[in-house]
Design a protein around this ligand. Structure first.
Ligand code: SF4
Length: 331
């Protein structure tokens, strides 16, 4: 499906400047962006993966992870291959780095029709990096919104502000990776800058999009008490009601640091609990690590075990015992 990109400028000598993400590529005619989703063809930025769905499935919303957004529901999840970051530890590198088998071609309307047929609450753009699949995501999200479906992105948050502002009115929820509060980590391990991610987290939250944050904890790289405390402080200063997920890393792609011990995640959760009431552990089996208790009275309000979820909130999403308002989106 031939389509030009939304965010580029043609320069002299048929070069193009991409304005979609902070990598800010300048591409000669015939060259592709490092994200694998767009390339310069005769002085225009052509989309290489528009409508090419490399992975699709109906997932529990908890798998995104989103724990405070329609808990216990299922959402149709789709992805193209490609990513604008090249994190050496990527846990999904075959897809993000374009090494997975090629996808199947869909129109935006076909995706919406399939989500409706599967009785999904909406569409999650996930698995790889959806924001570099921007044009297909925004076309599909507009149709999904008309069909009263929810739009969810699971993203590294690495986009220019203007394209993000344009997309936000179509989004209902986002889980954003905040990998570390050190710019050196972003530069050295991900070939990116930290600041755009922090700015975009603020933009997403201020736009009223439901926001959860995930931190993949890698031993020896981003798990010092100082690093964890600065990350927790950023989230708490943004809004202490934002759920924070600490996720266990496993050696993958170009990274062979040992897998994250459960004790490291517990240490992170202990630090976070000083300022955040909704802290969860992912990619590990540990009783209670994924449950939500009311911070007011301690009552279990959402019990999660594997992908089984028991929701015990009142009709407005608040605590059924003490009536405390809880930050859940149910509508
Ligand atoms: S979206 Fe792709 S081509 Fe555009 S600036 Fe980012 S990495 Fe480069």
């Amino acid at each position: 499906m031939l389509r030009h990109a939304d965010w580029y400028r043609t320069l002299d000598d048929k070069r193009v400047a991409c304005d979609l993400c902070p990598v800010a590529c300048r591409l000669l005619d015939g060259r592709d962006g490092p994200c694998g989703t767009r390339g310069n063809r005769d002085g225009h930025m052509q989309l290489l993966t528009y409508g090419q769905v490399a992975a699709a499935g109906l997932d529990p919303i908890e798998k995104k992870p989103l724990y405070h957004f329609h808990p216990g529901s299922e959402i149709m999840s789709i992805a193209a291959s490609g990513c604008n970051l090249h994190c050496r530890f990527c846990q999904n590198w075959q897809l993000s780095q374009g090494k997975a088998p090629g996808g199947q071609s869909f129109t935006a309307q076909q995706i919406v029709d399939r989500a409706l047929a599967e009785k999904s609450i909406g569409i999650a753009y996930t698995y790889s990096e959806p924001l570099v699949w921007y044009e297909f995501v925004s076309d599909t999200a507009a149709l999904a919104r008309e069909a009263k479906l929810k739009n969810v992105v699971v993203t590294n948050g690495y986009l220019q502000a203007e394209p993000l502002r344009r997309l936000l009115p179509l989004l209902d929820a986002a889980n954003v990776d905040l990998k570390c509060m050190d710019d050196d980590f972003y530069r050295g391990v991900c070939k990116a800058d930290l600041q755009p991610v922090l700015d975009n987290l603020r933009l997403i939250h201020e736009a009223g999009v439901h926001l959860e944050i995930t931190n993949l904890v890698i031993p020896g790289y981003n798990d010092s008490p100082d690093q964890l405390r600065r990350l927790v402080d950023f989230v708490a200063d943004l809004d202490p009601d934002i759920p924070l997920h600490f996720s266990a890393y496993h050696p993958a792609w170009n990274f062979d640091a040992p897998a994250t011990p459960v004790a490291t995640l517990e240490k992170a959760a202990g630090l976070a609990a000083e300022r955040l009431p909704y802290v969860y552990l992912g990619n590990v089996r540990r009783a209670g690590a994924a449950d939500t208790r009311c911070p007011g009275c301690g009552r279990m309000v959402v019990a999660r075990s594997g992908m089984s979820v028991r929701v015990d909130l009142d009709a407005s999403g608040d605590c059924p015992d003490c009536g405390r308002a809880l930050p859940f989106r149910l509508a």
